[in-house]
Write a protein that binds this ligand. Structure first.
Ligand SMILES: [Zn+2]
Length: 180
């Protein structure tokens, strides 16, 4: 199922949010947020500059912005990822309010940027469909891999268990065989 804008229906979003908030890395992160957006940016760039990550991600035109009441009238209080500009001159932007300056949440937003790149959503896909949902299994699988690499195996297991508890899919669904 696709929405009018070509994205898959994002049916896992609420479950992903709920699951990630139960992990130790998330709770610890919220208690010890980074001091400023510069620190967030440095962390994001170190993740995106990693060789394994770079092999999955071609462009590094990433902008990291702080959301404040001044610069965002309709700030919902959450972090987000979006693209700014036009095809060809597109900038990938992650914007975060101060409460969200911690590693696991930054990895969540970076996973969105990588998934967008992998599924070529900047250029118009051949049928104008993205073939992935915002928080679909592909996103969740990559998010787990980033957590594993940058927060450690324990944090990965923690998040994976939280996904399972909340019935979040993070592996490719098996193809259903048609029985005749
Ligand atoms: Zn998200």
């Amino acid at each position: 199922m696709y929405r009018k804008d070509g994205w898959g229906v994002d049916s896992q979003k609420a479950k992903v949010y709920k699951a990630e908030r139960t992990t130790a890395a998330w709770k610890d992160g919220r208690m010890t947020v980074m001091e400023n957006i510069k620190e967030v940016e440095a962390y994001a760039r170190s993740v995106m500059g990693d060789d394994v990550v770079k092999s999955k991600y071609k462009e590094l035109d990433l902008v990291v912005k702080e959301i404040t009441r001044k610069n965002c009238k309709r700030a919902s209080g959450g972090a987000s990822y979006f693209e700014d500009g036009h095809v060809g001159t597109m900038t990938r932007v992650i914007s975060l309010p101060a409460w969200s300056f911690f590693k696991q949440l930054i990895l969540h937003e970076l996973a969105h940027t990588i998934i967008q790149s992998q599924y070529k959503v900047l250029s118009i896909a051949f049928d104008n469909k993205r073939h992935v949902a915002g928080h679909g299994w592909q996103f969740c699988k990559l998010y787990l891999d980033l957590v594993d690499k940058f927060l450690g195996r324990e944090a990965r297991i923690d998040l994976e268990m939280a996904f399972e508890d909340n019935r979040v899919k993070f592996t490719q669904p098996k193809e259903r065989k048609v029985i005749q």
